[in-house]
Write a protein that binds this ligand. Structure first.
Ligand code: 5GP
Ligand code: ZN
Length: 111
């Protein structure tokens, strides 16, 4: 997708160290961390919203949610973490390439 910053990161056009990568997703650090540890899981295929779901996208998200827990220790999230997917204006979504925030490394405040 043109002009999508996450597609550019996935394509390697914008450098961003990958903490994990497979054929369907990458995990990078958020550039403006909102917790001591703040990662983004980016599906490699561009879509913006959960409401764009289809079978293929559901399989991709299933894969992401199967892999994330296997990386808990490696990412320093073994004591717990928060999973966030912002959707639309009220949630403050700023990048319209669906992504999963992983927040942890400390006791997180209420929200
Ligand atoms: P959203 O608000 O759309 O759920 O989250 C977008 C996130 O992407 C924000 O937390 C923001 O800090 C992060 N972000 C935006 N641009 C970049 C970038 O170029 N590199 C990285 N690593 N994170 C980014
Ligand atoms: Zn994209």
């Amino acid at each position: 997708m043109e002009n999508c910053i996450f597609c550019k990161i996935i394509a390697g056009e914008i450098p961003s160290p990958r903490l994990y990568e497979d054929d369907q997703m990458i995990i990078i650090r958020d550039i403006e961390p909102k917790a001591k540890l703040h990662y983004l899981c980016l599906p490699k295929k561009h879509f913006a919203y959960l409401s764009d779901m289809d079978e293929e996208r559901a399989e991709i998200l299933k894969h992401c949610f199967q892999v994330i827990p296997t990386l808990q220790e490696q990412l320093g999230l073994q004591d717990g973490y928060r999973v966030v997917i912002n959707q639309g204006a009220n949630a403050g979504q700023t990048v319209f390439h669906l992504h999963i925030h992983l927040l942890g490394g400390e006791v997180l405040g209420d929200f």
